[in-house]
Write a protein of this length. Structure first.
Length: 472
């Protein structure tokens, strides 16, 4: 069983900086502004050969039960309760504050073992804070610098001691790490290609994106069956892209709750720019993207901009129409959205729209089947024989108009890759092929091979001249 380690402390002491160092990636947002982290974030980490699950938490604050900080505190309390031991971090340069003393007293009364960390210990300015930390009653402190990586050898010793005292089993990495990713080469039938992807054993990567306050975190909480993400009427509660593991009918899904995307002209603060960049990074790594739209608000240009970005990145797209149960004229709302998508995103027709209520769960049971169907379409492979038979019939039914009295010949077609489906057509005069004819071929391909709502790439390639060598 994986060891869980929670990182706790008051705001802006360096928890997320240490989290990023232990994980080996810049997953958590780091900024000088206190209280950047709100939701708890989990990731696999390693220190001195010890593999564990690191949990980054929001800064501990003593506040009332009705405020946002109280909801953040509840998430931190859950992380501490689930952890095998906790890292309680203080800022050695600032010394021991009354808030540090308060939460040290809370941790002492709890059942979770604690390692005391004095962060920002580079230089002599932190010596007084290290001596003060003994007054917290949490044993000998470990002096570190999360930003510069100092003191990690002492932290390894503290890990070894607490693991030995508690009798925890350390998870070891296998000697031979075999990649489970599958590359499909050669001509493979549609059924074989889909079966290969389904049997790969890798979790499906799904990102939930949308404007602020449309219900993304509420949907994640409903799917997980727990209050995993902080929710509320305030817009912009989620700042980091938080990845959580979710199982649907035995299939593992890595689900990412992301920060809301506003119009670029409205994004002014540095912290929001970091959040937007984190959301786009999650979108780039996703395989299926669920775009959430608030049914009670008009279909805005920003929704189309987000959808267009998803299509440009080549990700499969499913639209979740949230708060649909609050609408009286539901059929009209659905018709308006479908018409808008048809006219504004003609390059990707047939995007599935699933009406749901993330708060009550109504219609959510139809969302995941739509996600898996979009994923299968995204991985679809069509044999070269079928494509060339289709190309001959399609160009014969509606041939390309001649250019300057010369005919354009579409000679050969093949699928060069999946994820998204990408096709290459070899013809004699690629520069003269009209864009309208390319759209005709793409729409016919989508219709005839049943690829609705999937971004399709089509490339024109100039074939070799069979008489080229004899002419030289």
């Amino acid at each position: 069983m994986t060891i869980k380690v929670a990182m706790v402390g008051r705001p802006n002491v360096g928890k997320s900086t240490l989290f990023n160092r232990l994980v080996g990636k810049r997953l958590a947002l780091v900024d000088d502004t206190p209280g950047v982290t709100r939701d708890r974030r989990e990731a696999k980490a390693s220190l001195g050969g010890i593999n564990f699950l690191a949990i980054d938490t929001a800064g501990l604050e003593e506040d009332g039960d009705t405020k946002l900080s109280a909801r953040m505190r509840a998430q931190t309390d859950l992380a501490i309760a689930e952890a095998d031991f906790a890292l309680f971090m203080i800022d050695a340069r600032a010394g021991v504050t009354p808030l540090d003393k308060f939460f040290a007293d809370v941790l002492r009364r709890g059942k979770t073992p604690v390692i005391l960390l004095c962060n920002k210990c580079e230089g002599r300015a932190a010596e007084a804070g290290i001596y003060e930390s003994y007054s917290l009653g949490l044993g000998d402190p470990v002096a570190i610098s999360a930003e510069h990586g100092e003191g990690l050898s002492e932290l390894i010793e503290a890990f070894d001691k607490i693991i030995l005292d508690k009798g925890l089993e350390v998870e070891e990495e296998p000697d031979d790490i075999i990649s489970k990713s599958v590359s499909i080469k050669g001509e493979v039938s549609d059924e074989e290609a889909e079966a290969t992807e389904e049997d790969s054993g890798l979790p499906l990567q799904m990102a939930i994106v949308g404007r602020p306050n449309v219900g993304k975190s509420t949907l994640v909480n409903y799917l997980l069956g727990e209050e995993r993400q902080i929710t509320g009427p305030e817009a912009g509660l989620t700042r980091d892209s938080i990845g959580v593991t979710y199982y649907y009918e035995g299939r593992e899904i890595r689900m990412f709750d992301t920060a809301g995307l506003r119009r670029k002209s409205k994004v002014m603060e540095k912290l929001e720019k970091l959040s937007v960049a984190d959301t786009i990074r999650a979108l780039n790594f996703a395989e299926v993207v669920v775009l959430m739209i608030d049914a009670t608000m008009p279909f805005e240009k920003q929704d189309l901009s987000i959808a267009s970005l998803i299509v440009q990145e080549g990700r499969s797209l499913v639209i979740a129409l949230n708060k649909y149960d609050l609408m009286e004229n539901r059929q009209e709302v659905m018709k308006d959205i479908l018409d808008t998508l048809e006219h504004s995103l003609p390059q990707i027709k047939g995007i599935p729209v699933v009406p749901i209520s993330a708060l009550t769960g109504r219609g959510v049971d139809k969302l995941m089947p739509a996600v898996f169907n979009a994923y299968r379409m995204w991985n679809r492979r069509i044999s070269t024989a079928k494509l060339n038979k289709w190309l001959a019939a399609t160009t014969a039914y509606h041939p390309h108009p001649s250019v300057k009295g010369r005919r354009i010949k579409m000679r050969y077609m093949t699928q060069v890759k999946t994820r998204p489906p990408t096709f290459a057509i070899f013809c004699n005069r690629t520069a003269d092929v009209a864009r309208s004819y390319e759209r005709y071929l793409l729409n016919e391909l989508r219709w005839d091979f049943e690829l609705p709502g999937v971004p399709i790439r089509m490339m024109l390639r100039k074939g070799d001249n069979p008489f080229g060598k004899s002419l030289k």
